[in-house]
Write a protein that binds this ligand. Structure first.
Ligand code: NAD
Ligand code: UDP
Length: 343
């Protein structure tokens, strides 16, 4: 077992020897993060034995509080850049391990790139040894600052190879390459989702992405910081909708021959988002402008025709509904007691 590996909780029912042979076993790399913890919860509900693997860089132990009470759940502290613990056996592997917020993935860009390349390689090798199906959380960032709008999966993107966002954007693009090469070379069953901006419960108040920043600022009565003019657009998907998309993509009888866009096609300017958040929170916060980060994409909107037609999937939760849930969550997190109960 690698030096950084620590078993947080391993009961007899969880060990490789003790694992129930009749239940499918899923590994969720990045399982302590925002999306990963929702995915672990969903897989447990669907009857899987679930192991989360996480280095707790941006993920939190308290995201797993409720899950750790479930005897079918285990968490292993491990960095996927390093060789994986020996003897792991899984039917399905989900790779969500990677900081997703620009300030976080830019803190240590080389490690972000290694996470996407070496980490993906380690998980792909594990999938090959286990003959497991493997899912990759790719991103709309592979489209960069797009010239095609909305973005279909067939668009190759417009990405800077050497800017401050490149460790993430190019890391995710390289990971897609590795996944498809493993599929072509070894016949591995791969599923690659290109995820567009997703928000919801279990985002961290200091995450740095726009939805959590604005809600936390509004609830604290601080100015909402709009970067640049605020006329740049994003499409915001609520986490529950996205997780449904993950599961449908993973369970589709045939592996799509290309990555699949998952996101909410509703498109909003950042100014529109700021105004919505101020209204929902009844906040007296002002909207102020700060410099636009380098290479910030000007527009983003998924073409989800493939997911609609082939997975029967489309988001159900509007931005208004999703913001209402997320405002409630942060209100409780900042001023209530849900956090200690394991929200
Ligand atoms: P997050 O930062 O909350 O979760 C990432 C998790 O991965 C954290 O628990 C973190 O500790 C863990 N991690 C990071 N590097 C690791 C490493 N080297 N080894 C082990 N664990 C590691 O982010 P999220 O929003 O939950 O995103 C999950 C995945 O989905 C990421 O891969 C991200 O790139 C992708 N994605 C998310 C969005 C979004 O809007 N949320 C959009 C596009 C893609
Ligand atoms: N943004 C903003 N204020 C913030 C955080 C982000 O105006 O406090 C902007 C950011 O410049 C970008 C958009 O909101 O145009 C989405 O940013 P986020 O970091 O959430 O995601 P990404 O840029 O990766 O799509």
């Amino acid at each position: 077992m690698g030096k950084l590996t620590k078993i947080l909780k391993l009961e007899p029912g969880h060990s490789q020897r003790g694992a129930n042979q009749n239940r499918s076993r899923a590994l969720v790399a990045g399982g302590a993060g925002f999306l990963g913890s929702h995915l672990c919860e969903r897989l447990l509900r669907d009857g899987y034995d679930v192991v989360a693997l996480d280095n707790f860089h941006t993920g939190k132990r308290y995201n797993l509080n409720a899950l750790l009470r479930n005897p079918r759940f285990t968490c292993i502290e491990h960095d996927i850049v390093n060789a994986l613990p020996l003897g792991l056996q899984f039917d399905e592997i989900y790779n969500l391990a990677c900081p997703a917020s620009p300030p976080h993935y830019q803190e240590d860009p080389i490690h972000t790139f290694k996470t996407n390349v070496l980490g993906s390689l380690n998980l792909l090798e594990l999938a090959r040894q286990n003959n497991a199906k493997i899912f990759q959380a790719s991103t709309s960032e592979v489209y960069g600052d797009p010239f095609v709008h909305p973005q279909p999966e067939s668009y190759f993107g417009n990405v800077n190879t050497h800017g401050p966002r490149s460790c993430y954007d190019e890391g995710k693009r390289s990971a897609e390459t590795l996944f498809f090469d493993y599929s072509r070379t070894y016949g591995l069953d791969i599923r690659v989702a290109r995820i567009f901006n997703t928000y919801g419960r279990r985002m961290q108040p200091d995450d740095g992405r726009v939805v959590s920043n604005f809600i936390v600022q509004a609830l604290r009565g601080q100015d909402l910081t709009v970067y640049g003019s605020g006329l740049q657009t994003r499409s915001f998907c609520y986490a529950d909708d996205l997780i449904e998309g993950f599961v449908r993509l993973m369970n589709a009888p045939d592996a799509p021959a290309h990555p699949v866009n998952l996101g909410n096609p509703g498109e909003f300017t950042i100014m529109e988002l700021a105004t919505l958040v101020v209204n929902y929170t009844n906040s007296r916060s002002k909207i102020v402008h700060r410099p636009l980060p380098v290479d910030d994409p000007r527009q983003r909107k998924p073409d989800i025709s493939f997911a609609r037609n082939n997975l029967g999937w489309e988001p159900k939760i509007s931005l208004s509904q999703g913001l209402a849930h997320t405002v409630d969550y942060f209100d409780t997190l900042l001023y209530g007691s849900k956090l200690v109960k394991g929200a």
